[in-house]
Design a protein around this ligand. Structure first.
Ligand code: SAM
Length: 271
């Protein structure tokens, strides 16, 4: 396991994922909610640290978002979270999914954050200490996701792997099929890289076969997909999507592709 999210925190893909996550959480509010984050990371990222400075990805992502005058309203909750975390000053810290989810919890909600890497989990558990309704586990999130999802009521499973292993796609399909069998009311939000279309289309076909339910796909193509060795964009897949998610996803992905990409495009569609 070599992946370190600190190099990528606050990049275009985090903006898309986290803005969409906050839109989903807002729509699931109103009844008790269980959230399971299968790949949680460390919770909070230091953009002044060596990793973020070396990659420059946050400069090209959250720093540009915070300076933009034309970002759509769907980015407002994420921008507000970043502003709050940085006391209104320059963005030196960026919130990961655990931070955003823990801040959005209401009384009666619960959140389980799984992180496999011991040092990342240590940082995560320190960040989450004392937060109401939050548990962290140093564990494989795929192994726990289905069993930890309540069999009825509102649930959200966030799946955001590093895609270092070739079996990530198969494990996502397996997890979503298990989730669908366990709780039909559950929502899942999955983040995937877009490198070449063959891999992504193959994943969608496998998912369609395994999960007999419609899902929503949001593609953010930062550049034409001509070099399969590059991360040319990212995709979100939503199972059990709340009603009316397509317009906010189009706004989020469209702005990101147009503003932060090179001849970028975005599309949202149901499968
Ligand atoms: N979801 C986080 C966020 O939005 O802030 C970022 C997560 S990062 C893309 C992926 C994380 O998954 C890494 O911290 C990595 O150590 C961890 N990881 C890798 N394999 C895992 C597994 N099978 N179960 C749980 N965590 C895993």
């Amino acid at each position: 396991m070599n992946y370190r999210h600190a190099f990528h925190a606050g990049n275009f893909a985090d903006l898309v994922k986290h803005a969409a996550l906050l839109q989903v959480l807002a729509r699931l509010a109103g009844q008790p909610l269980s959230v399971i984050d299968t790949h949680a990371g460390r919770g909070l990222y230091d953009l002044a640290g060596a990793e973020a400075r070396k990659s420059g990805e946050a400069e090209a992502g959250v720093v540009r978002l915070m300076a933009a005058a034309d970002a759509p309203a769907e980015f407002a909750p994420l921008a507000a979270a970043a502003r709050k975390l940085n006391g209104g000053g320059p963005v030196r810290r960026y919130p990961g999914s655990p931070w955003l989810i823990a801040e959005a919890l209401r009384p009666g909600d619960s959140y389980l954050a799984c992180e496999l890497r011991p040092e990342e989990h240590q940082a995560l558990s320190e960040r989450m200490k004392g937060k109401r309704g939050v548990r962290t586990l140093c564990a494989d999130g795929y192994d726990l996701a289905v069993a930890q999802t309540p069999s009825s009521g509102r649930a959200l499973v966030l799946i955001d792997p590093p895609f270092e292993r070739s079996d990530d796609y198969a494990r996502i399909v397996e997890t979503l099929a298990g989730l669908r069998g366990r709780n039909r009311a559950a929502t899942a939000l999955v983040w995937l890289p877009l490198k070449d279309l063959e891999t992504f289309d193959g994943f969608l076909r496998d998912l369609e076969d395994a999960v007999e339910a419609p899902f929503l796909v949001a593609e953010t193509r930062m550049r034409p997909l001509t070099d399969p060795l590059k991360m040319n964009g990212c995709a979100l897949v939503l199972l059990g999507a709340p009603a009316d998610m397509a317009p906010p996803l189009q706004a989020i992905c469209g702005w990101t592709a147009r503003t932060l990409g090179e001849n970028g495009t975005a599309k949202v569609y149901a499968v």
